[in-house]
Structure formats: structure tokens, C-alpha cells
Design a protein around this ligand. Structure first.
Ligand code: C2O
Length: 329
């Protein structure tokens, strides 16, 4: 059977391994939960590469993130606020929810399995619509961090200005400016070597080392499954590499779990998280629609297609999502 949507009324404490966090990441409750429906088609949102975004696109993005941050103080219970949105990640990953059904001894976990891509696609979908709504721009599109292209292999400069709402102080201070992302944890500091490592590792996780659908997408995770059966090549590879590279390495201080990007509960507090995941989502699209081979690209098991999530939409309504609904061919 598919994993069911979490029960927000039973949300509890969040953990990292067995350490209880002093973070409360439970989403606000809603009187009713409505089914997701495809919105009427308006304008296609086109995500720009962050390093090539125009001044106007960057200004809109900054304005929207600032509006989201402002909700934290003006209405902390608004599910569209910056901290509430970051907490979604914690609520689906750090043990705050058990699996619904007779599985109350099993944590709900959307990573390290085939739920990884659909969960994050939905998460970004609503996040992007919320940002657009907050600045009254229905065409607003999140930039993506183009780390698979040598020109995009540094932290996108728009995230690196301390005065910008896109800035986050909880990052590894070494990994800004012209530092090249190290997707393979190689430890190298030679930029040309890093670029070569990154490109060959992306080739491997997109093509060479992927011989089955689940090798790319992730292993089955169903009702009653233990969390984290195994992530796909992209999740385990470049996706995790970027998280690790951006997050803090000094864990002796207050950022003890490699905050912000280095841990699930805190990753969404860094605006670059959503820009990173826009590229992770793009890699899914590239593997599915651009990489040509004989591997079936879609998982057809109903245990996958009927998995459910809950998200608040841009009108603060709690929606239940079915991953296949945006797969209309
Ligand atoms: Cu939900 Cu990049 O992790």
C-alpha cells in the first residue's frame, strides 16, 4: 500500500538520530483538507538559472523572500511564512510524524527512497506559488542553481550578499565567492580538478551507473516500510554533495548539526535550498526526458503513484496531493 499523508494532529517532537531537537516543526492545523486540483492554465512559469537571472528577476525574488520573512513576525502562524515553510522539511524528515495506519512505530521520512523526487517537486510547487502570490506575480518562477554546468558551480552570487534576504549566515564560510562546489566530497581545492570530478560524477549518476528505474529514482517505500530503504543515484550524489558543501562544518558551536543546509530540519532556512532543489528537480526531468536509453523512466506501482502528502497552498488552504496528478502526458 502507498504511504498515507501525515496526520498533523499527531505531530510530535523532532529528532536528529536520537537527539531531541529544541525545534518545534509541527505545521498549523486546518479545519478542512481539500483535494488538489490542477489550476487553470495561466502563464507558463519559466525558471531561470540563478547565475544568469536578470536584475528584474532577482529583484522580484528578493522581494518575495522578504515578504515571506516578514510573515514570520507579522503572523507566525501563517503557513506561508519563511519559518513555517522551512519547518515543512523538518515535519517530513525528522521524526515529527509517524506513518499513518498501524505503523505508529515507524517514522515518516521522505528521503532515501522513491518519495524523494515527488515530495520535493510538490514542496517547490507550492513554495513558488506562495512567493508569486506574496508579490502578486502569477508568473514568478524560482531560479535554479545550475551546478551541473561549470559556469554555475559556485554558490550563485545572488545568495552571497549579507544585506540580501537571500543571504544565510549559517553556511560554510570557505564555500562562497569563487570556490567550486565539491559534489564528490573529494576534498580537492584545485578548481579544474573539481570541475572534472563534478562532471564525471554527474555523468555517472545520470547515465553510467544507472541501470534500473529505482537506481535513479530511489527504492520502494510503502505503508509499513522502514524509513530510508535507499536513495537514488542523484539524491545520494550531487544532491547530498551540495547540501554538505553549503552547510557549516564546525559543529562544536551552536550549529551542531551542520546547519543550515547540512541537516533536514534546518535546510529550508537557507533560501539557497529551494534554488538547489529546483536543479535537483531539473535533473529528474533531464533523466526522464532527455537521457535516451531503454530504462523505463516512470514507476508505475500504485504504491508509488498513490502516495499522499499534505501542503498548504498560496491561499493558506491545506491540500492533499497525489503525485500522479501532474503527470498528465
Ligand atoms: Cu529534502 Cu535536499 O532535501
Amino acid at each position: 500500500d502507498p504511504v498515507q499523508a501525515p496526520d498533523f494532529t499527531k505531530c510530535g517532537d523532532a529528532y536528529v538520530k536520537d537527539v531531541l531537537l529544541d525545534v518545534k516543526c509541527c505545521p498549523p492545523l486546518a479545519d478542512k483538507i481539500i483535494d488538489y486540483e490542477l489550476p487553470k492554465f495561466e502563464v507558463l512559469r519559466k525558471r531561470p538559472a540563478a547565475h544568469r537571472a536578470t536584475k528584474e528577476q532577482v529583484a522580484k525574488y528578493e522581494k518575495a523572500i522578504q515578504a515571506m520573512r516578514d510573515l514570520d513576525t507579522s503572523d507566525p502562524q501563517d503557513p506561508r511564512g519563511f519559518t513555517q515553510q522551512a519547518n515543512i522539511h523538518c515535519a517530513y524528515c525528522n521524526g515529527a510524524h509517524d506513518q499513518v495506519g498501524d505503523f505508529s512505530n515507524l517514522d515518516l521520512q521522505v528521503h532515501n527512497s522513491w518519495l524523494f523526487f515527488p515530495f520535493h517537486r510538490w514542496y517547490l510547487y507550492f513554495y513558488e506559488r506562495i512567493l508569486g502570490k506574496l508579490i502578486n506575480d502569477p508568473t514568478f518562477a524560482l531560479p535554479f542553481w545550475n551546478w551541473d554546468n561549470p559556469k554555475g558551480m559556485t554558490l550563485p552570487p545572488i545568495f552571497d550578499k549579507p544585506s540580501s534576504p537571500l543571504y544565510d549566515a549559517k553556511r560554510d564560510p570557505k564555500n562562497n565567492g569563487s570556490a567550486i562546489v565539491d559534489l564528490t566530497f573529494s576534498g580537492s581545492t584545485d578548481p579544474l580538478q573539481l570541475v572534472a570530478n563534478n562532471l564525471s560524477s554527474i555523468y555517472s549518476e545520470m547515465v553510467r551507473s544507472v541501470s534500473t528505474t529505482t537506481a535513479f529514482v530511489g527504492k520502494p517505500y510503502c505503508a509499513g516500510s522502514k524509513p530510508s530503504p535507499g536513495g537514488g543515484s542523484s539524491e545520494n550524489g550531487s544532491h547530498t554533495g551540495v547540501h554538505w558543501w553549503v552547510g557549516t562544518k564546525d559543529t562544536s558551536g551552536p550549529n551542531k548539526f551542520n546547519e543550515d543546509m547540512g541537516n533536514f530540519y534546518s535546510a529550508g532556512r537557507d533560501p539557497v535550498f529551494y534554488c538547489h532543489h529546483s536543479n535537483v528537480d531539473r535533473m529528474w526531468h533531464l533523466w526522464r526526458d532527455v537521457v535516451k536509453n531503454d530504462i523505463p523512466k516512470d514507476i508505475t506501482s500504485p504504491d508509488y503513484l498513490n502516495a499522499e502528502f499534505l501542503f498548504y497552498d498560496e491561499h493558506k488552504r491545506l491540500r492533499i496531493d497525489l503525485p500522479w496528478l501532474n503527470y498528465r502526458p
